[in-house]
Design a protein around this ligand. Structure first.
Ligand code: 13P
Ligand code: SF4
Length: 308
C-alpha cells in the first residue's frame, strides 16, 4: 500500500474502532500526521490519563505505552513496537534504585518518566523534562537528600537552575549525550544569527559558556516548539531528536529550522511505521500490560507528578 493509502486505512480503522492514536514528537512525520494528538512525554501522559476511548494506540517507546497502561487500567493500550526500548530507561533497574535508596534511607526519589514500571514503583515522584524543575522544587526542603534518576544531564540542569545539590544517577540518552558542547559551539560560530534550542538531556548543561550565552535556551521538546512559534527570530538550531523538526516546520513554514546534527535520531522511536501501526490497529496486537501490584505502586509517583 502507498503511504497515503495506508494513512487513509488507519484513519478508517481508527474511526470504526473508536480508537485514540497518541504519538510522540520523535516518531516519523507520516505517523504524527494521522495521530489524534502529538506531544511530549508530559502532554502524552496527561492525554492518556484523560482518554475515554477503549483502545489507545501509543506511538512511542515502551516506557511511554507502559505509563499509559498504568494510567488507564481498564483500557486496551496497544503498541505497534512493543520491543522498542530506551537507553535512558535501561540505565537504571529497580534493584539499582533500591540499593541507592538503602544508602540514603531518608532520601526522596525523583525518577524521570523514562524508566520502567518497576523503577517507578520504587519512586516517590516522577518528572518529565517539561516539569523536572517544578517537581524538584516541590520536594527539596533542605532536610532530606533528594536522589534524581536516571538522567545525569537533566539532573545537572535542574541542580543548576535551582542551585540545588540533588544526587544524580549516571544515566543518559544515547541521542542527547552526543549533543556535546563542541557541537553547540560549532553551531554558534556557523550560524551567528540563530537561536540555539537545547534539550536538557544533552551533554552540555554543565558548560557555563553555553549556559550563559544569550542565544542558547534549554527546553523540553514542547518548550522548543513553543519558543520557535513565539520568537521573532528567523533561524533556529534544534538540539534534540530530529523527529521534532516535522512539527516545527509545519507550524512555522517561514522560519529556517536547522538540526544540530543529521544523526540526532532515536532508532527506537523510528521503529514505528505506518505499516506496523496499521497491523496493530487491525489485529489489536501489541497490548501493553503491567502486573497489578507493580502498576498500583507505579501509579502513585505518576499521579503526584500530574497533580502538581
Ligand atoms: P520529552 O518528551 O519530555 O521532551 O523527553 C524527550 C525524550 O527523550 C523522550 O524520550
Ligand atoms: Fe530514550 Fe533517548 Fe530515545 Fe527518548 S530519545 S526514547 S530518551 S533513547
Amino acid at each position: 500500500m502507498t503511504p497515503s493509502r495506508l494513512q487513509n486505512s488507519i484513519l478508517e480503522l481508527k474511526k470504526k474502532k473508536s480508537a485514540l492514536i497518541l504519538a510522540h514528537y520523535y516518531v516519523d512525520g507520516a505517523v504524527q500526521d494521522i495521530a489524534d494528538f502529538v506531544g511530549d512525554s508530559l502532554e502524552l501522559a496527561r492525554k492518556a490519563a484523560a482518554a475515554d476511548a477503549d483502545i489507545i494506540v501509543f506511538c512511542g517507546v515502551h516506557f511511554m505505552a507502559e505509563t499509559a497502561a498504568i494510567l488507564c487500567p481498564g483500557k486496551k493500550v496497544l503498541s505497534p513496537t512493543p520491543g522498542a526500548g530506551c537507553s535512558l530507561a535501561d540505565s537504571i533497574k529497580a534493584d539499582d534504585l533500591k540499593q541507592w535508596k538503602l544508602a540514603h534511607p531518608d532520601g526522596i526519589i525523583i525518577s524521570y518518566v523514562n524508566t520502567t514500571a518497576e523503577t517507578k514503583a520504587a519512586t516517590d515522584i516522577c518528572c518529565t523534562s517539561a516539569n523536572a524543575v517544578k517537581v524538584a522544587e516541590s520536594v527539596i526542603d533542605g532536610k532530606r537528600p533528594v536522589l534524581f534518576c536516571p538522567d545525569l544531564h537533566l539532573g545537572t540542569y535542574v541542580n543548576r537552575v535551582l542551585g540545588a545539590d540533588m544526587e544524580i544517577w549516571n544515566g543518559s540518552c544515547f541521542v542527547h549525550r552526543k549533543i556535546t558542547s563542541r557541537l553547540i559551539r560549532r553551531a554558534i560560530s556557523e550560524y551567528p544569527a540563530a537561536e540555539i534550542l537545547i534539550h536538557p538531556e544533552s551533554d552540555c548543561s554543565m558548560d557555563e559558556e553555553i549556559v550563559n550565552n544569550p542565544k542558547c535556551f534549554f527546553y523540553s521538546t514542547s518548550g522548543i516548539i513553543k519558543h520557535v512559534k513565539e520568537s521573532s527570530g528567523e533561524q533556529f538550531i534544534i538540539a534534540t531528536e530530529n523527529g521534532v523538526l516535522h512539527k516545527i516546520r509545519k507550524e512555522c513554514p517561514d522560519k529556517r529550522i536547522i538540526p544540530i546534527s543529521e544523526s540526532a535520531i532515536c532508532t527506537y522511536m523510528k521503529k514505528l511505521t505506518l505499516e506496523n501501526l496499521y497491523k496493530t490497529l487491525l489485529n489489536e496486537t501489541g497490548r501493553i500490560t503491567v502486573p497489578e501490584d507493580i502498576a498500583s505502586r507505579a501509579l502513585v509517583p505518576i499521579h503526584r507528578m500530574l497533580e502538581l
